[in-house]
Design a protein around this ligand. Sequence first.
Ligand SMILES: Cc1cc2nc3c(=O)[nH]c(=O)nc-3n(C[C@H](O)[C@H](O)[C@H](O)COP(=O)(O)OP(=O)(O)OC[C@H]3O[C@@H](n4cnc5c(N)ncnc54)[C@H](O)[C@@H]3O)c2cc1C
Length: 235
Amino acid sequence: MTYTVKLLKKEKVTHDVMGITLERPANYHFTPGQCAELWLERPGTLAEKSTFSFIGLDSEPNLQMAMKTYPDEETLPAHIKRLVEGATLQISEPHKEVEYRGPGVFLAGGTGITPFMAIFRQLHKDDKLVGNQLIYANKRGKDICFEGELYTLFGTNFISILALEDRPRNAAGEVDAAFIHRHVQQLDQPFYVCGPEPWVSQVADALQEVGVDEERVHLYSRATSPERIEEGLGK
Ligand SMILES: Cc1cc2nc3c(=O)[nH]c(=O)nc-3n(C[C@H](O)[C@H](O)[C@H](O)COP(=O)(O)OP(=O)(O)OC[C@H]3O[C@@H](n4cnc5c(N)ncnc54)[C@H](O)[C@@H]3O)c2cc1C
């Protein structure tokens, strides 16, 4: 089943990530970690369906999502960016993506944080976030989504690492075996990894190298950003 929903609000999350609030269809519910497809039903619009995560709470009146906007004019986020508030979009039923299997280590790369946000917010609301740790990798400080909220939620259990910038509050470099060894105390817990494909593979290798049991590692990835390839990094 698909639903026509109104775009209620657009807001800036970072310089290139846009948050949107959508009207919630009647009796529409999701589980934290789930995603849905969005698309536009407008003649002449070439943008295809794209999948986005719910980042808000299911108990909130509306639906919230966040999406990276690339300079390419035919991506769905670029089209949504040009929509006026009150315009309509199509949304699919929610579907399962990331599943919470108990306290563990969340490793997010860039907008790979998005499917984790609803999980964090729900756990916090239920007073069950304790025991979880977040390692969040970005290229630069300006790319970090929800930074203030993540420090509030996780306190010292939030480690932010930047690949291309030195910043006093952040670690610098890559999430490799040495980094995991230094920052993760316990290996017999779930590891949730979400981000661009090459980064997720690197983190999976690092987890294997430090001796995390494969069954405890849950990988979620999509294609990498064109920008990263242009920078010639991560080869
Ligand atoms: C289940 C799921 C749901 C998602 N939901 C959403 C959503 O709702 N909205 C949304 O915008 N995105 C979402 N994503 C994320 C998105 O689709 C990808 O993760 C995206 O490609 C990531 O990008 P980024 O451009 O923010 O990463 P970048 O900012 O390019 O990089 C993030 C980190 O990865 C490192 N990295 C990047 N490329 C490489 C490389 N080639 N080699 C090594 N390291 C690298 C960077 O150094 C940085 O530390 C979702 C992904 C999944 C799997």
